[in-house]
Design a protein around this ligand. Sequence first.
Ligand code: GLY
Ligand code: MN
Ligand code: MN
Length: 495
Amino acid sequence: MSEKQKVADNRSRETTDEFRAFVKTGWSPRGDATPDRMPSAPYAAVRRAALSQQFRGERLVIPAGGLKVRSNDTDYAFRPHTAFAYLTGFGADREPDAVLVLDPTDDGHDAVLFFRPLASRDSDEFFDDARFGEFWVGARPSIADIEAEAGLTGRHIDDFLDAIAKDAGEVVVRIVRDCDPQLTAQVDERRVSEGREKENLEAADDELAHAISLARMVKDEHEIEQLRAAIAATQVGFEAIIAELPRLAETGRGERWVEGIFGLHARHQGNGVGYDSICAAGDHANTLHWVKNTGEIAGDELILVDAGVEVDSLYTADITRTLPVAGTFSDAQAEIYDAVYAAQQAGIAAVKPGNAFSDVHAAAIRVIAEHLHAWGLLPEGIDVEATLDKEHGQYHRRWMVHGTSHHLGLDVHDCALATREEYKDAELRPGMVLTVEPGLYFKADDELAPERFRGFGIRIEDDVLVTNDGSENLSAGMPRDRAAVEAWIAGVQAR
Ligand code: GLY
Ligand code: MN
Ligand code: MN
């Protein structure tokens, strides 16, 4: 940007001394009531204590991240980094530019939240700062507010860099690097000047990020409650879509209409959607990440809706239902639907402690392969075992290229930094939450697919909790088997 552009004053207003003096006075005193402790706060304290055990004597830095520019001077809605949300309990849009520091003590760590507290009304920021000022974005919390809400020590962000560099060279400092690249660069500058090498720093930092990602794999009681709330809110969104199905042909651009209906309820019920909704009618369902949602919807089509509400605490559901717009499945649609349902049943049955995470996919994909074989779609001479062979088979992947499951939590694809041994090859343990989401996808131009199947893509996705003796389908309130889906549509539309 040129210097001339930087100082463009095409929208500035006159700020006279008279206005400045006037705007700062005449306000009622601020109340001194402090906010309640967040329900998440005691759980966040337990999570910090677990991390503290792993990194004794070291200073741990977990930034919330800053605002991200969408274009020019407009930003995306703020969403804190997942590691920060997990360890502070803050959700929704809290708290841009804040940094959690776990400061080592003799027997653990003190938790300190550096942030930008509410400015006084006699500051220019109060009325003149479009990014942070109270006139523009509302009153921010004070230090006392933050301490009351989160149960940790609050300090001004301006003190942050001095606080982490105060014993440079004596205390190891680790930072979660991808939260806030600008802040990470500032921390790096100070650490490199202490004589530590950048590569070593990065490797040490990655261990911290990995530990936080892995800690999230088994959910605590509060997290499971939040996931239940996210799923209940998602059901509200799906039922609003079902109520609209008869109108979709007439609204035009029906996929966008469906996206909008779900988005309305996601914002109304919670913080928003946990990921971009996939609203895919007809052949679009065969594009796995169809998020353009630009299509028309005809009355005899299926619509695959993969959507999840993220509640204010930022836990998200991830649910797919494939719905017949007309209310009932055609014979060919039913044939595919029942195969996917059988695969999902097999996958869900494999969710139990002691089984490996990968056993869920193995169970589901076997059923998919059996159906493809029975339909005569696998190449000549390839039976179910041959296609399941990991070295020389996998023909079935032409019709279901994706995996069956992933961990779910604050991130839709949760615990992303866990290694293969810790994730795919690991045993399921009570408290884990994973999706089970097989599908079958027959593209309109797939010459190997039977003609009656072409242009149909079907996925069924549920969110399943591993319990002590098996599993609980947390999204069981949303019907799945074919007859129940038809009855659900009729019931919602009769309301
Ligand atoms: N909605 C993304 C997924 O199902 O993984
Ligand atoms: Mn999904
Ligand atoms: Mn999923």
